[in-house]
Design a protein around this ligand. Structure first.
Ligand SMILES: Cc1cc2nc3c(=O)[nH]c(=O)nc-3n(C[C@H](O)[C@H](O)[C@H](O)COP(=O)(O)OP(=O)(O)OC[C@H]3O[C@@H](n4cnc5c(N)ncnc54)[C@H](O)[C@@H]3O)c2cc1C
Length: 333
């Protein structure tokens, strides 16, 4: 059994900031996410896009924002459990809670912050990729340098597919973008960029087979209108068909859920004792679903949990500028 003061369910921006904040208040954390990586929607859906509405950062690439949030969260020394979904919550007689994950991990905690965003999201199926068990399938794209010398096939027609094709067009040995329709749904300027890049574009076509073992050797691409198929050399396949989101087990936790959101009070409490929520998953009158709002909610949730777990402390944490240094400073004058 793993024990901690606060269990954070969901490692997107709100969950990562809640983790840091818990550390700032001297509380230990376990972070669980059903994805195999940290960063929630930002890391999974748009790591290369620039974000222009995070306070103090005039323009920040998604990947860099997540990297900063992870660095900050690490100062809390959280235990991080990835690839497991939190499935059940059981109240204990002393007020604490035991949570269990899809892999059977039990976490005994004093309180919980649900930062589950739009829920667990799973990639849309692509039968040819799902039938392939070898290496070389990248569902999340790493830094462009890792693709140097590779023949990459990107599958999809939305923003992620087109952004990733654009990002790798100059670095990879070759990039082939395969889309089953004639028209892309990605932002017009990104589509124009990819059309003018080194990338080969194959539309009205689908991936019939992925062949290889330790890594991909080639893919077979079939024309949707004719019986023709073509073997395209590839060492990496990036399926970018989007995700299916679902709240999943959260709906069975006895919370008030409207649509896909948990109703919370001004202190981010959910109504279930010691269970709080923050970020995209919350709802209240006037809610604005943006990261900056989620960061504030995460701080509010943790500060209010602090006084539940340690009644002698204050909700207001004091000014961080008066605390000992927690993370390495970005700039010092
Ligand atoms: C293309 C795009 C562009 C965007 N641009 C901006 C922008 O410019 N500015 C802005 O502020 N916002 C933007 N957003 C929205 C922003 O990404 C979200 O507001 C933000 O990601 C929400 O953060 P979160 O931590 O609440 O949830 P998420 O990022 O959704 O993270 C939630 C995490 O919880 C996990 N999870 C869910 N349920 C469970 C469970 N039961 N067990 C374990 N793990 C679970 C999920 O796997 C996920 O990783 C954009 C969104 C998209 C799709």
């Amino acid at each position: 059994m793993i024990t901690c003061d606060i269990l954070i369910i969901g490692a997107g921006p709100a969950g990562l900031f809640a983790t840091y904040y818990a550390g700032m208040r001297g509380l230990s954390t376990v972070v669980v996410d059903s994805l195999s990586h940290l960063g929630g929607q930002v890391a999974a859906l748009y790591p290369e896009k620039f974000i222009y509405d995070v306070a103090g950062l005039p323009a920040v690439r998604g990947r860099d924002l997540i990297s900063g949030l992870i660095d900050q969260a690490q100062s809390a020394r959280p235990r991080i459990i990835l690839g497991e979904e939190c499935t059940t919550l059981d109240d204990q007689e002393d007020g604490s809670i035991i949570a269990t994950t899809s892999a059977g991990t039990s976490i005994h905690c004093g309180a919980i912050v649900i930062t589950g965003g739009i829920g667990r999201f799973t990639p849309r199926p692509l039968p040819a990729v799902d039938a392939y068990s070898g290496g070389g399938i990248h569902r999340v794209v790493g830094p462009a340098e890792e693709y140097a010398g590779h023949d990459v096939v990107v599958v999809g027609g939305g923003d992620s597919a087109v952004d990733w094709a654009n990002m790798l067009a100059e670095t990879a040995n070759s990039v082939t973008l395969v889309h089953r329709r004639a028209r892309f749904t990605a932002h017009e300027s990104s589509v124009e960029l990819v059309r003018n890049s080194r990338c080969r574009i194959i539309t009205d076509a689908e991936v019939l087979e992925v062949a290889g073992s330790a890594t991909v050797q080639h893919v077979v691409i079939k024309d949707a209108k004719q019986a023709d198929s073509e073997v395209v050399p590839a060492s990496i396949v990036i399926p970018a068909l989007g995700h299916i989101a679902s709240l999943g087990p959260v709906t069975g936790w006895g919370l008030t859920i409207t649509g896909r959101q948990i109703e919370v009070g001004t202190d981010m409490s959910t109504g279930r004792p010691r269970v709080y929520a923050a970020g995209d998953i919350t709802d209240y009158p006037g809610k604005v679903r943006l990261m900056v709002v989620g960061f504030g909610e995460a701080a509010t949730a943790i500060n209010n949990i602090t006084v539940v777990l340690r009644p002698n402390e204050n909700v207001f944490p004091g000014h961080s500028s008066e605390l000992p240094r927690l993370v390495s400073a970005g700039s010092e004058g």
